[in-house]
Design a binder for this molecule. Structure first.
Ligand code: GLC
Length: 429
């Protein structure tokens, strides 16, 4: 397929997955609105319809809870082909039925990108309306995912990280007692090959965490205190730190002085806090189980997001470049979601090895901003090659580029349009 055809296919995927203002990740496997998927999708729409891009994010924020949380899934219509649906979550925190936790907060960054891309001033008007909601979401994150004021954010469920099946969650997940779950029937394994999905033991625990939170009525304070899973995540932490830098720029541009001052405090706290995730043996940032105080022992694709978060001091950058080159010598396509030298690496089981386009996009952005255009370009080229050969798949094998998981996937299409497509680069040049 030519690049022009791929551009066209990518636009068609977004249009066909559009449910009237919000977009599902892919038909069948993920039939609802997912939080960070939608935000990346907005970047894709912005390449041909800026107003539609804003609508995507506005509809996501329509589901914001009274306490400030923006849920990871909005169940706008019932779809029996998905499990666990709204009745299993048992939430009551916002205006739209939803899951009970959040997902990586990329929204402020993308909103700033949309404002930057617009010359008419209309984008700024739409951003102004979202500012209070963004501020409340970020306040919620700090209050309930960093209750000890460490300057890092925890996730209360592997799904909150957006990197659902990462080996980093294994130990903390095994410590979760399986209870209050009853018999259940998974739906994910009827849509895609079970060999690519989590094991049943994991699934039992995913549901047990949900049950524990349901038992405290999803009260955010009680969840923070009692949830059996509470692991500081470099992915969410770095995405949040970056989002705060972009939020600050927006607040300054809009003359919101008090908000700007508040966000500056968050940035300072997180810049210092991120050090607690630094693993001195591995020379990279890793996850930290806050219930046990133990760090994990593997490098994940989120370790490479430190520069994206603005943490690009010489030590961090040099060691990440070393890891980047080591991993590049092991696999054909970057960046695998987990270190191929680690015992828990699996090239096709999701989040234990495969490559995701939107993670590559964020890593590359950080590396380019830190002055490393060579590695940033390598990531872009690999992403373009993966899509050209594997199609608009959910994710790809780092070893042979095979597309896997769901097909006709929205965020893969969006990342192609906004960044990986060679025609986009020609326009940008
Ligand atoms: C999977 C991914 C998650 C994503 C969702 C929809 O659950 O792990 O990050 O948001 O699919 O694409």
């Amino acid at each position: 397929m030519s690049n022009a055809d791929l551009d066209k296919t990518a636009r068609t995927i977004l249009i066909e997955n559009d449910q009237g203002g919000y977009t599902i990740p892919t038909k069948g496997l993920y039939p609802y609105q997912w939080n960070w998927d939608s935000v990346f999708v907005a970047l894709g729409f912005a390449t041909f319809d800026q107003s539609r891009a804003w609508r995507e994010i506005e509809m996501l924020f329509e589901g914001q809870w009274r306490d400030g949380m923006v849920p990871h899934i909005l169940f706008r219509k019932d779809d029996p082909s998905y499990f666990p649906g709204p009745s299993v979550w048992g939430t009551d925190g916002g205006p739209i039925p939803s899951s009970g936790h959040s997902q990586p907060p990329v929204a402020a960054t993308v909103i700033k990108d949309l404002v930057d891309a617009d010359g008419s001033g209309k984008a700024l008007e739409r951003a102004v309306k979202l500012m209070p909601q963004l501020m409340n979401w970020h306040r919620w994150y700090l209050a309930y995912r960093d209750p000890k004021d460490l300057g890092v954010l925890a996730v209360i469920h592997p799904w909150e990280s957006g990197r659902d099946n990462l080996p980093d969650w294994d130990e903390a997940l095994r410590a979760v007692e399986v209870k209050d779950i009853g018999p259940y029937e998974r739906k994910d394994t009827s849509h895609v090959d079970p060999a690519m999905r989590p094991h049943k033991e994991d699934y039992d625990r995913y549901l047990s965490i949900m049950a524990a939170c349901r038992n405290v009525g999803w009260d955010p304070q009680k969840v923070a205190e009692t949830c059996p899973f509470f692991v500081a995540d470099p992915g969410v932490t770095f995405i949040f730190l970056r989002a705060n830098r972009d939020l600050l720029i927006l607040a300054e541009r809009l003359g919101l002085d008090a908000e700007a001052e508040e966000v500056r405090g968050w940035i300072r706290k997180m810049e210092a806090g991120a050090k607690t995730l630094w693993n001195d043996e591995l020379k990279a940032h890793v996850a930290l189980n806050e219930r046990t105080g133990r760090q994990t022992d593997g490098i994940s694709s989120a370790s490479f997001l430190a520069p994206y978060a603005g943490l690009a001091d010489q030590t961090t950058l040099t060691s990440l470049q070393g890891h980047f080159d080591r991993i590049a010598s092991k696999v054909r396509y970057l960046m695998p979601s987990y270190d191929p030298d680690h015992r828990n690496y699996e090239p096709l089981r999701y989040w234990r090895g495969p490559v995701w386009a939107m993670i590559n996009y964020m890593i590359a952005r950080g590396f380019a901003e830190a002055g490393d255009n060579e590695r940033a370009n390598r990531l872009r080229q690999d992403t373009a090659d993966l899509i050209a050969t594997g199609g608009f798949a959910e994710y790809f094998s780092p070893e042979n580029g095979a597309g896997a998981g769901g097909g006709t996937f929205s965020w893969t299409a969006a990342i192609w349009l906004t960044w990986a497509s060679p025609s986009h680069q020609e326009q940008a040049a």
